[in-house]
Design a protein around this ligand. Structure first.
Ligand code: SF4
Ligand code: SF4
Length: 176
C-alpha cells in the first residue's frame, strides 16, 4: 500500500459527507451500474438536471475502504485533496499529512457531537446539510439558553472546519 492510500484509509473525509454533500456522475459514468451496485443514484429537479448520489456514501466501509472501488464514479477517481497532493509531491511529510486529516476528523466528529446534542441524529445526511437544517430550526424556534450556547459552539466549530477545509483540502475548482 502506498502512502497516498494509507492517508485516505485514515481519512475518508471526501466520502463521508464532511467535505462534500454529494457525488455527481458525469458522462463517463454508468448510472444504471452505480444503482445496481447499491448507490442511491438520483436526478436533481434543477433546470439542468444533475445525476448524483448523496453523501455520506453508502459504499464507504467502516475501515474507510470503498465497496465499489473498481467501479467508482469519475469524481471519486479524479479527486485528490490538497493534503493528498502535498504529501504525494513531498511538500509535506506523510506524518504531517496524517496529523492534518486527524485534526480535520476530530473537528468533524466534534460537529457531529454538537449536532446530536441539539437533537439532530440524522447521521445519513451530509454535515453541511445537517448544520443548515439545525440552523433553520434554531432560528425559527425558541431555543433555551443552554441550546443557544451549544448552537454558538456549533457555529464556531463549523466555521473552523470550513476554514481548514478551504485552506488545506479543497482546491479552487473543488470548493463548494
Ligand atoms: S480528503 Fe484527501 S486524504 Fe482524505 S480520503 Fe479524500 S483524497 Fe484522501
Ligand atoms: S463511491 Fe467510493 S470513492 Fe466514491 S464517495 Fe463512495 S466510498 Fe468514496
Amino acid at each position: 500500500m502506498n502512502t497516498g492510500e494509507q492517508l485516505c484509509l485514515a481519512c475518508g473525509l471526501c466520502c463521508d459527507g464532511t467535505l462534500f454533500d454529494n457525488v455527481q456522475l458525469g458522462p463517463g459514468d454508468d448510472a444504471k451500474k452505480m444503482k445496481a451496485l447499491g448507490l442511491p443514484v438520483t436526478i436533481s429537479r434543477a433546470r439542468t438536471p444533475v445525476i448524483f448520489f448523496r453523501q455520506p456514501c453508502t459504499a464507504l466501509c467502516a475501515d474507510r475502504t470503498c465497496q465499489v472501488y473498481a467501479d467508482r464514479p469519475g469524481q471519486c477517481r479524479t479527486f485528490e485533496c490538497g493534503v493528498f497532493k502535498d504529501a504525494q509531491a513531498r511538500r509535506i511529510t506523510f506524518a504531517a499529512a496524517l496529523r492534518l486529516v486527524k485534526q480535520a476528523r476530530r473537528k468533524a466528529d466534534n460537529i457531529r457531537r454538537l449536532l446530536r446534542q441539539l437533537g439532530d441524529t440524522e447521521e445519513h445526511r451530509p454535515l453541511g446539510d445537517r448544520f443548515r437544517r439545525t440552523q433553520r430550526r434554531m432560528e425559527s424556534g425558541a431555543a433555551d439558553a443552554a441550546a443557544g450556547a451549544t448552537f454558538a459552539e456549533l457555529g464556531l466549530a463549523v466555521h473552523q472546519l470550513n476554514l481548514m477545509a478551504h485552506e488545506k483540502f479543497y482546491t479552487k475548482a473543488e470548493a463548494q
